[in-house]
Ligand binder design. Structure first.
Ligand code: FAD
Length: 389
């Protein structure tokens, strides 16, 4: 008999897992702390390894309609704007990897997923305070003190996961990477100096980089993500800090006008610490396991955190639908640990490479970027065996 599954967290991974389990006929409830699913002002880029899963779940076309497919992936010198390397996007990327690459507003993605999952089993405003387990099941305690028991509990509660504390122990959480970021959404019309506004572009330079891609049903908005090295320590809680006036622009002084114009086009955002999860030795404890950022939060420089959460969800749903719960939870980390570690590793290495000053090392990097999609096709091709539809 199918297990009764409880998912803690209705983010990208939790909702995808919920949809996949329901499609497979496994009873599932999601408990989400937020009162409503909105993260306005932020976006996400999804590659073929993630969008393929969403197509298989039957929600690809709806999300495609509110996404932008980048025309190219371009790497540029941050000061001169020289095109260091470029790779085709759009239909060419889709034909190569069997599913599209999307830039999408996070709120559109979350709401598309939530609609597909439905209201009935999604409990908003239901934060989970703690988890306890035994050999045959697990129990969550909500913030209001009430409890829910299940055959299996899955922590999809993000980088500051409480479920991870139960599985891997307190203090097992993420660490500050020594880098931080600002974000913004800018109307394309405010960017006259920007070449190739519909491409996804990395502008590289010493101790900083800028990433941007277009968004929206009319491709009329650019989402940017500007990364600076430092500060060395991140004091207080691992959330955003208010930055001093002009801090972002000072970090990009002397860069190409297309860069500074974009950063200056909107009010400066808070400064976000970039966190990374050291590899966990344990993903599963009894009938409790973890997916997504709760177990492998990674730097965003390969655009893979959400994609890996989606992959986790697809694998775990299939296992829970076909094996008994103990076998499924034992097999799941075996299938996912190696790949997610490898992707987290390349995300870290990419951050270092994007921040090189001009010189011999940067020349080696630039030569390598010419083969980027060939080198990392293993990321984008994942799960390709069966056709998308
Ligand atoms: C600036 C930035 C840019 C990024 N860009 C990309 C990108 O382009 N592509 C990409 O693939 N990835 C990107 N990522 C990474 C991506 O956002 C995450 O990897 C992804 O959101 C993880 O999904 P998740 O479902 O595991 O966790 P989350 O999306 O964080 O969802 C966790 C959910 O759990 C809920 N929750 C938390 N605690 C509790 C609790 N105790 N009880 C109940 N609910 C709880 C939260 O409210 C939330 O809804 C980026 C990350 C950052 C910081």
């Amino acid at each position: 008999m199918s297990a009764q599954v409880v998912i803690v967290g209705g983010g990208i991974g939790g909702l995808t897992l919920g949809i996949a389990l329901r499609r497979a006929g496994v009873p599932v409830e999601i408990y989400e702390r937020a009162e409503e699913l909105r993260e306005v002002g932020a976006a996400v880029a999804l590659s073929a390894n993630g969008t393929r899963v969403l197509y298989r779940l039957g929600i690809g076309d709806g999300l495609d309609a509110v996404s932008t497919q980048p025309t190219e992936l371009i790497y540029r010198d941050g000061v001169t704007a020289e095109r260091v390397a470029a790779h085709p996007g759009g239909a060419s990327y889709r034909a190569r990897f069997g599913a599209p690459y999307w830039g999408i507003h996070r709120v559109n993605l979350q709401q598309g997923l939530a609609t597909a999952f439905g209201d009935e089993h999604l409990h908003l405003g239901s934060g989970v305070a703690s988890v306890a387990g035994n050999d045959s099941g697990a129990e969550i305690t909500l913030d209001d003190g009430s409890t829910v028991t299940a055959d299996v509990v899955i922590g999809a509660d993000g980088v500051h996961s409480v479920v991870r504390d139960h599985v891997a122990g307190p203090g097992s959480g993420p660490v500050y990477s020594g880098t931080s970021a600002f974000r913004g959404l800018v109307p394309v019309g405010a960017l006259p100096s920007l070449p190739d506004p519909l491409a996804i572009q990395f502008w590289m330079g010493p101790d900083a980089h800028l990433l941007h891609y277009a968004l929206g049903a009319d491709d009329d908005t650019v989402n940017f993500f500007a990364v600076l090295c430092g500060p060395r320590e991140w004091g207080g809680v691992a959330g955003p800090h208010e930055a001093s006036e002009g801090e972002l622009l000072r970090g990009f002084e002397g860069w190409h006008p297309a860069v500074t114009e974009m950063l200056a086009a909107v009010p400066q955002s808070p400064r976000w610490p970039l966190l990374t999860q050291p590899p966990l030795n344990r993903w599963t404890r009894g009938r409790v396991t973890l997916i997504g950022d709760a177990c492998h939060a990674m730097l965003p420089h390969h655009g893979q955190g959400a994609n890996q959460s989606i992959e986790d969800a697809a694998v775990l749903a299939e296992l829970l639908a076909t094996l008994d719960p103990d076998a499924a939870l034992t097999e799941y980390p075996r299938r996912r640990r190696g790949r997610t570690r490898a992707v987290a590793r390349i995300a870290w290495d990419t951050g270092t490479l994007l921040h090189l000053a001009a010189g011999a090392e940067a020349e080696v990097r630039d030569a390598g970027l010419a083969h980027y999609l060939d080198r990392f096709s293993w990321v984008h091709s994942h799960g390709r065996a069966a056709p998308v539809r």
